[in-house]
Design a protein around this ligand. Sequence first.
Ligand code: SF4
Length: 123
Amino acid sequence: MTEIEQKIKEAFGNIDNLTKFKKRNKLQASYIEYDKFSDSNLHEGYFCYNCIYWINQGGGKCMLVDNEGPDVLGKTSSVIAPHGCCSQYEPNYDKLHDTRTPTAGLNIDTEKNKEKVTTADVV
Ligand code: SF4
């Protein structure tokens, strides 16, 4: 099983029949689409276009999120737009081009990112 297949299986849970799966609505998924990103290079940045759950056939649908109804901005459309995004995003690295150089980020202490920062730490 590929990594993408594993993530899809985790998202759908252990249900036997996918037709029983109830999609989240756009509000539940915190779905948002800004028109100013519609001309963006969709291979760079976190967009539905390069999410593993996006389905292009049939005009912009998602395996997890219902394409009908209002998004968090109150905008109503009948599609999951390629330039949209939501809290369920999972990158599809076959489409997402990593723009970092091969050595970029090697000196970043990722453990530090896991430390909890509160307002008391900032002042
Ligand atoms: S980012 Fe969200 S709405 Fe867009 S394809 Fe992925 S799961 Fe669906």
